[in-house]
Design a protein around this ligand. Structure first.
Ligand code: NDP
Length: 303
């Protein structure tokens, strides 16, 4: 019987995870199908209940469900528990186990961005959703001393900080209101900037004005595209990276959890590159139909 794996999100149309995971199943001859389920929050519980039946191997969760899914699982791994966010589900019989493979994916992406330089100790993170929680845990584990999180709705960043509580007691972890002048002041003290908001996912917008980006910053956008932020940062002389490595490595870890087999990373990467060449501009969101050029630069008009 063909096993099923689903990505539950809202939206999920044209997600790159489908291309990447299906290529891996096919390459290893695993009889499994990766499906995209667009389910608004009100339909999440019903969708999760369906996964308990035998034909499902597991699932991925994306915007906006990573935190909402937590009460629906039977058990969580240490990373899921530590972040309070779940992006992958596996099965133990009818039981559902929640994992967070975004942490591992982010760590690879950060290591690649920093390269041979010494790992910095100060970071600014924009956004406080499910993706941001994986980023912040990755930074805490990476030995960062000061992490400042800005979010449009400050209470969400504050509740994230309450959640991290003791694990961050040794460091300077702050939630701050979204004011341009405060972001600018914090960027002047930071070495790493991570965009974990969905600004730039659908429209060609940046979360921060280009003028506040300085050349010594390293900028990672979780969105898998040459976003306006990344283009502005590159023009300012910053080292930059998009969400490709995070997407690839969180997906590889999920694949291994579902199948018990090492993920065919090269095949998955090729599938991502191919999907991107066909005009998909986001990590897990909508394509705008704009093919990217040879340098990987998306069109500037946005969706
Ligand atoms: P969530 O829905 O959990 O969080 C969305 C975040 O974006 C919140 O901080 C939200 O702020 C902020 N936001 C959205 N719109 C605006 C706006 N107009 N102005 C200011 N802030 C805004 O999503 P995720 O955390 O799951 O995903 C966030 C992004 O990261 C997405 O683009 C996703 O594709 C990407 N991602 C990529 C991954 C990868 O593997 N490359 C992995 C995980 C995420 P507020 O709380 O105030 O609403």
């Amino acid at each position: 019987m063909t096993k099923r794996v689903v990505l539950i999100g809202h939206p999920v149309a044209h997600s790159l995870s489908g291309d990447m995971q299906q290529a891996a199943f096919d390459h290893l001859g695993i009889d499994a199908r990766y499906e995209l389920w667009d389910r608004p929050p009100v339909e999440l519980a019903e969708a999760i209940a369906e996964l308990r039946t035998e034909d499902f191997l597991g699932a991925n969760l994306t915007i906006p469900h990573k935190e909402r899914v937590v009460p629906h699982v039977d058990r969580q791994t240490e990373e899921a528990h530590a972040t309070g966010a779940i992006n992958t589900l596996t099965k133990e019989g009818r039981k559902l186990v929640g994992h967070n493979t975004d942490v591992a994916g982010f760590t690879v992406a950060l290591d690649r961005l920093v390269g041979k330089q010494k790992m910095p100790r100060t970071a600014v993170v924009l956004g406080a959703g499910g993706g941001s929680r994986a980023v912040v845990l990755g930074l805490i584990r990476g030995g960062f001393q000061r992490i400042v999180v800005f979010n449009r709705h400050l209470h969400r960043a504050e509740s994230m900080f309450k959640h991290f509580g003791k694990s961050a007691a040794h460091m300077d972890l702050r939630a701050m209101p979204w004011h341009e002048s405060i972001i600018e002041a914090e960027l002047a003290k930071a070495k790493i900037l991570v965009n974990a908001t969905s600004i730039g996912l659908v429209a060609d917008e940046s979360p921060v004005p280009a003028e506040i980006l300085t050349p010594d910053l390293m900028v990672l956008d979780l969105i898998y595209a040459q976003t306006r932020l990344l283009r502005d940062a590159a023009s300012a002389g910053c080292k930059t990276s998009d969400g490709e490595q995070m997407l690839l490595h969180q997906g590889a870890a999920a694949f291994t959890l579902w199948t018990g087999q090492p993920a065919p990373i090269d095949v998955m990467h090729a599938a991502l590159v191919d999907a991107r060449a066909h005009g998909v501009r986001s990590a897990e969101g909508e394509p705008d139909g704009t093919p990217v050029d040879a340098a990987g630069t998306a069109g500037t008009t946005g969706a």
